[in-house]
Design a protein around this ligand. Sequence first.
Ligand code: FES
Length: 332
Amino acid sequence: MARKAQRSQPQRPNQPADRWFAYGTLPLRLFLGATFVYAGLQKISDPGFLQPGASTYIGTQLQSFAAHSPIGFLIQVFALPVPQLAGIGVIAVELAIGALVLLGLATRWAAAAGALVNLVFFLTASWSVQPYFLGSDSIYVVAWITLVLLGDQGVLTVRPVIFGPPGQGDSRGRPATTDLSRRRLLVQLGGASVALVWVLALLPRGRASIQAASSSATPSPAASPIASPAGTRIGALADLQAQGSLVFQDPTSGDPAVAVALDGGSVVAFDAVCTHAGCTVSYDSGAKVLSCPCHGAVFDPAHGAAVVSGPAPTPLASIPLQVGTDGGVYAA
Ligand code: FES
């Protein structure tokens, strides 16, 4: 009886088992906080992030996101008119959230803001990534929600330094009364949020699946000139070979596209929409690769636009080319 009564007593906070549980939240908190601080610093250290015309310019990224995101209208209204301000805002928010979480100050509120930021990234930067688990933002949302539910548990925070030692009650100095209905509501909200992210992740995305299917095609080198080439003339072969590349609009899909003159004289063309999250790739004539400004994916045009590095899951979609006896290059 005595053992049974002892077992049924609720555990008090700060018992050894609770402390171990509390420390269990620390790796998640440190990782998320440090990652957000790093993400902010990385944008600050990128000289092209706020520079129009640069390959990593935030305005270019926002344009791509607006074109492929279910919340693209919000980007068009609020971010695209002031891209640099939006970029500075993202940096400030990332640094603030990361610092608060690392310091253990307003951890739950900061984690909720982090979940919101990553949800926006998930609906924009990662929206075209298929399947969803190849994009990182969905798991960040879930990780932030977990931190919202758990809080920092009073472990390694600067609160005692700033606000003084905790008084009676829980580790944060608040009354020990357990607000069960509030906790239950938090857990239910957290569960609903995770379920929502998962459902969103599983929604079909037409563009991405079309790209995945077509990207297995092999690029067509322009062989000997044809008297009556099929397709739309995109430019002169002499210009393409002199410049190294030529941007045009894919006559079939309407997407931005790029033709590249390879060593040896043949020409290839690809849909310029990155298979990671839909940004527009451009040709780097120095490195002879196609690179994406958003998350750094690199594709090799000489090998079917195969992914050389970065997060893109598949090669760029190939566009067949023909060269006419008139010296023109035609996209079929
Ligand atoms: S959109 Fe992310 S690497 Fe291209």
